[in-house]
Write a protein that binds this ligand. Structure first.
Ligand code: CA
Length: 222
């Protein structure tokens, strides 16, 4: 899904039409406010962002996107009629991934969209897994809720990772013990419950996402 923020209807429709005929799904918005409310429903793969908009301009919207934990990793291409070098620098420093100046050819436009999506899918591999506002970064061995870092022991981390990798599915006690402690684990199965308890405590508010399925095991859901 690609979101297009552009107040000029003709341009917006042309962008969406071009994206759709190339095989992308796209939705258009006339202002930052419309974009923000759509982001509550769905996180797109890419945002095309005009600079001159009614209400908040593209730079202000970009800043909001980049300062929010949920939206900061969405790649952004600034789309604008402004040509000044200054604007380009400002957009890129603000965290935009690319910049395209109107008028532009549709071939160039699609090529840039594809290039940005390609780069972001490479980055995604080391970004980790999310469950609501809970984010687990495997590469860095780090867990964050909203933007707060949560310190976990290695076992707690592995337990959370396994649950998050199987988000929404019930993991049986045996699966969890086997995966986190090794298949020949013959310690007390209470070990698992103790770990889940401390994990929930450390996660605080997010701890309630770990659900106990009585007699079976545990599940994490948003
Ligand atoms: Ca505009």
């Amino acid at each position: 899904m690609i979101y297009c923020v552009e107040d000029e209807r003709n341009i917006r429709e042309l962008l969406i039409y071009t994206l759709e005929t190339t095989g992308f799904e796209a939705k258009g918005f006339g202002s930052g406010a419309e974009l923000m409310s759509a982001l509550k429903e769905e996180i797109p793969e890419l945002i095309l962002l005009d600079i001159m908009l009614p209400g908040e301009d593209g730079y202000a919207i970009l800043e909001k996107l980049k300062s929010n934990f949920k939206t900061k990793n969405i790649p952004v291409i600034m789309v604008t009629a402004r040509e000044a070098e200054f604007d380009k620098v400002k957009g890129l420093e603000g965290g935009a991934d690319d910049y395209i100046t109107k008028p532009f050819g549709m071939m160039e436009f699609i090529a840039r969209v594809k290039a940005v999506l390609r780069r972001s899918s490479c980055q995604k591999e080391d970004q980790g897994i999310s469950c609501g506002d809970l984010h687990l970064d495997i590469g860095r061995h780090e867990v964050r809720y909203h933007d707060n870092k949560i310190e976990l022991t290695r076992k707690e981390f592995e337990l959370l990772q396994y649950l998050m990798e199987n988000k929404g599915m019930v993991m049986t006690r045996d699966q969890l013990l086997c995966h986190v402690w090794g298949y020949d684990f013959d310690g007390e199965t209470r070990t698992l419950d103790v770990h889940v308890r401390t994990l929930r405590q450390k996660l605080g508010e997010a701890g309630s996402m770990i659900e106990t399925v009585r007699g079976v095991g545990y599940r994490i859901g948003e």
